[in-house]
Design a protein around this ligand. Structure first.
Ligand SMILES: [Zn+2]
Length: 443
């Protein structure tokens, strides 16, 4: 038994003082007592929030973060960035992917993420094109080795456009038939570690036909997570609209039983009807505010979505930065800029922006990975972040103001991540050195 005492803690029903937690041998919270008293030698932490589930990752893109911030065309956009991204994707071997993932997943743990949904589409081995397992195994092993919980999402990616045109030369490593996908999925399920999970994943409505999605769901759907990129770019909305007469969210809901197992990643461009469809069905919107800002995608209608009681999760996606606090900051600031107002993510029950965004994202994030990472609650993993309240900025603040300060006013406020009730290990030098060697060979 490994117990802790928190002077302030953000539990699933809000902030509480003097909280004792008991953690069993599997690292699961087995008892939580509010208004408790410190017992014996239990470690005391001043201010604790739940660790964050990361709802969306393309881990290999960490290797190119910061390398695409120069002009390549008159109107640089997501699409010109994507060409640069494909070049990186086409160079990476399974061994290199393992080293990149170990480093990036270590960064995630350090930043306060407890788990990650890996939206994985570089399937074909760099040299043995028939082998579609080696790249997934690199991800599975890397996550296990650094101790981050993983939901692996092998991606079906079959066409370049919604008109069915074939994948380009640069997209060949992503290509898979539905039969290949189903057999890869079934075979990878047997390769997972006990703390890992898997979900079904379609790249987007432009990259997979409705028929192929139905084939895969008929063969594999048993209530696991289902992820898809849905409405990231205006251009893709227009493509889908032109080809089918429907916007992507409408088209999806018309063809599938979209429910709380689904994560609609980049539900950026939504009209009022789509906001209602997503929120009423309890489907989770997967938001990646820093990547969406970096790629110039657009701004998610957060205020309307919160008003409809919509559920959302956050992800670091392209890993331009790995920092869940900054994801919250950009999410809120983008709303303020377009509305010329302050304090958008706030409800009558939860007025502080940090508490609302953090609690909602933990709850939504746990649903889209279907792992026990839903926060400080009995039966969930003992994964949390401890704030350094010695920092002058946090002097004499309650928990809600500490979290707001961490999101909006953070100059070097330290945090420690705990996984399964223990502080995570320092960055291992072997991980750093192998990552550097990998980058050297890719650059
Ligand atoms: Zn993505």
């Amino acid at each position: 038994m490994n117990n802790h005492f928190f002077k302030q803690a953000l539990l699933t029903d809000g902030w509480h003082e003097n909280v004792s937690v008991e953690i069993n041998n599997s690292g699961v919270l087995s008892k939580i007592t509010k208004n408790s008293r410190h017992q014996g030698t239990d470690p005391v932490l001043e201010c604790v929030i739940p660790a964050m589930p990361n709802c969306h990752s393309h881990v290999f893109q960490r290797a190119m973060a910061g390398l695409t911030e120069y002009k390549t065309a008159e109107n640089d956009s997501f699409w010109s960035w994507r060409d640069l991204m494909y070049k990186t994707a086409n160079q990476i071997s399974a061994e290199q992917l393992y080293h990149i993932a170990r480093y990036c997943y270590s960064e995630m743990l350090e930043a306060g993420y407890s788990s990650v949904c890996e939206f994985h589409y570089i399937h074909r081995d760099l040299t043995d094109k028939q082998n579609c397992e080696s790249m997934s195994l690199a991800v599975i092993n890397a996550a296990h080795d650094v101790g981050i919980q993983l939901t692996l999402l092998p991606v079906l990616y079959t066409q370049a456009h919604i008109d069915g045109s074939p994948l380009s030369e640069l997209q060949q490593r992503f290509k898979m038939s539905t039969d290949e996908y189903i057999s890869l999925y079934q075979s990878l399920e047997k390769r997972l570690f006990p703390e890992q999970n898997m979900g079904i994943c379609f790249h987007s409505l432009r990259a997979v036909s409705l028929e192929k999605m139905k084939t895969v769901l008929n063969a594999l759907n048993n209530g696991q997570p289902i992820h898809i990129h849905i409405a990231e770019q205006e251009a893709e909305i227009q493509q889908v609209l032109k080809h089918t007469g429907k916007r992507p969210v409408e088209l999806l809901f018309e063809n599938f039983d979209v429910n709380e197992n689904w994560c609609l990643v980049h539900a950026t461009h939504l009209n009022d009807d789509e906001i209602k469809m997503i929120s009423q069905s309890k489907t989770i919107a997967g938001l990646c505010p820093m990547t969406e800002a970096n790629l110039g995608d657009g701004v998610f209608p957060l205020k309307e979505f919160i008003q409809e009681n919509g559920s959302y999760a956050i992800g670091s996606d392209s890993h331009i930065l790995i920092n869940p606090f900054q994801e919250m900051q950009i999410l809120e600031y983008s709303q303020r800029l377009i509305r010329q107002q302050r304090v958008i993510a706030s409800t009558q029950q939860t007025q502080n922006v940090g508490t609302l965004l953090w609690s909602d994202s933990v709850s939504g994030g746990a649903k889209v990975c279907q792992l026990p990472v839903a926060g400080l609650k009995v039966g969930q993993m003992a994964n949390w972040i401890s704030l350094d309240t010695q920092n002058p900025i946090l002097t004499s603040l309650n928990g809600a103001l500490c979290l707001d300060s961490l999101i909006f006013a953070n100059n070097f406020i330290g945090t420690d991540t705990y996984a399964k009730g223990s502080k995570i290990a320092q960055f291992n030098q072997n991980i750093v050195q192998n990552y550097k060697n990998t980058l050297k060979s890719l650059r």
